[in-house]
Design a protein around this ligand. Structure first.
Ligand SMILES: O=C(O)[C@H]1O[C@H](OP(=O)(O)OP(=O)(O)OC[C@H]2O[C@@H](n3ccc(=O)[nH]c3=O)[C@H](O)[C@@H]2O)[C@H](O)[C@@H](O)[C@@H]1O
Length: 252
């Protein structure tokens, strides 16, 4: 985590402020929660009834526990103050317009593959994730906000891959000759993750429709253009011609 204290403040104080505002103006609040509330799960795939397996003092805790308490706050405000809440547990999402320095696996692997750099796999790459394209998520969020479902709902794509498979797929789609480099494992990294989306299907009539490769090709196209843009817009200082002092002639 880049800044654990800011992460905690945003998830706790930020959510509290928003719930206070929602109460005052009578608004419905959408909490962008996360699959990280399930921690390193002992239940697979993860459904909304699973309570999770989170290390409360580990390096990810500021985010995981921050989001867990944000959910707790939502239901306290709902019960005590009648605030209408919608809680989306968002699973790994990607797409164009991710930040170049985001640091998550999709942007890292694509940028590394496009530039011929090694794809950095943390640990042996046997950990799994299921990746969802951004437009599917947006449709799910809209459906959730327009529904009367106030309990948490998983939004994710259940197609699961190991991180090593994912590195190989990105290399293939980019057409890259990059190597795959194995680095040390990240502490408390969830070993498997895949959403159970039966609740979203049943109550929202929602499910992801964008195939992984199609979404990845769109993200690859975006990052390729970004790299070209950066290469064409580097600031190269041009030295100015030396100024001549007034009243003095220059003799070569
Ligand atoms: O979308 C989610 O559900 C959550 O998942 C992510 O956490 P994580 O699953 O760890 O996402 P990544 O940082 O993209 O990592 C995915 C996997 O790839 C691995 N990884 C990541 C980056 C990299 O360069 N190499 C690599 O092997 C990680 O160790 C991890 O096993 C985000 O950090 C959370 O903001 C989000 O809420």
């Amino acid at each position: 985590m880049y800044n654990p204290i800011k992460t905690l403040k945003t998830n706790t104080i930020g959510t509290l402020n928003m719930l206070g505002l929602a109460k005052r103006v009578g608004a419905r609040l959408l909490l962008a929660s996360t699959s990280e509330v399930y921690g390193d799960p002992e239940v697979h795939p993860q459904n909304e009834d699973y309570w999770g397996h989170v290390n409360p003092i580990g390096p990810r805790a500021c985010y995981d526990e921050g989001k867990r308490v944000a959910e707790t706050m939502c239901y306290a405000y709902m019960k005590q103050e009648g605030v209408e809440v919608r809680v989306a547990r968002i699973f790994n999402t990607f797409g164009p317009r991710m930040h170049m320095n985001d640091g998550r696996v999709v942007s890292n692997f694509i940028l590394q593959a496009l530039q011929g750099e090694p794809l950095t796999v943390y640990g042996p790459g046997t950990q799994t994730r299921a990746f969802q394209y951004v437009s599917d998520l947006v449709n799910g969020l809209v459906a959730l906000m327009n529904s009367n479902v106030s309990s948490p709902v998983n939004l994710g794509n259940p197609e699961e891959h190991t991180i090593l498979e994912f590195a190989q797929l990105i290399k293939k789609l980019v057409g890259s000759g990059s190597e795959i480099q194995f680095l040390s494992e990240a502490q408390d990294d969830p070993q498997k993750r895949k959403p159970d989306i039966r609740k979203a299907k049943l109550l929202l009539g929602w499910e992801p429709v964008v195939p992984l490769e199609e979404g990845l090709n769109k993200a690859i196209h975006y990052f390729r253009k970004e790299l070209e843009y950066q290469a064409n817009n580097q600031y190269i200082p041009k030295p100015k011609p030396a100024r001549m002092k007034k009243g003095r002639t220059r003799h070569n």
